[in-house]
Design a protein. Structure first.
Length: 120
């Protein structure tokens, strides 16, 4: 991959990482402030549901942070844009759509078909 494109993806991934880390920091602050006792059990249950929902979202973001960090590492070590399964090139269009991807479209499709087959 050309150096300019690597820089483009590095910039996108770095920005995304900063956004995710800022959101994670806000979540910790919000959760600390949310420790309020509600006189009505329904209000308390609703608040607990919202808190659990927020934590599930943040867990997904935590996993995405790891994927972004891994992608940045692949840029640094020269393996970004190379399919982990077949060793072929991942198209720039695919990387633009999902910069953290590690599989080319052919291998990803094969993986999804296998998962579907095993799930049935």
């Amino acid at each position: 991959m050309e150096k300019e494109m690597l820089q483009y993806f590095k910039l996108i991934l770095t920005k995304r990482l900063q956004e995710l880390l800022q959101e994670a920091g806000k979540t910790v602050d919000d959760l600390n402030e949310a420790r309020v006792r509600f006189p009505d059990p329904t209000d308390g249950a609703s608040a607990e549901f919202d808190r659990d929902f927020l934590l599930r979202i943040r867990d997904r973001e935590r996993k995405l942070i790891k994927k972004v960090q891994d992608a940045l590492e692949r840029i640094d070590n020269g393996t970004y844009g190379i399919c982990e399964s077949c060793g072929g090139k991942i198209s720039e269009e695919r990387l633009k759509a999902r910069p953290v991807t590690t599989l080319c479209i052919k291998c990803k499709t094969k993986q999804e078909e296998e998962e579907k087959r095993l799930g049935e």
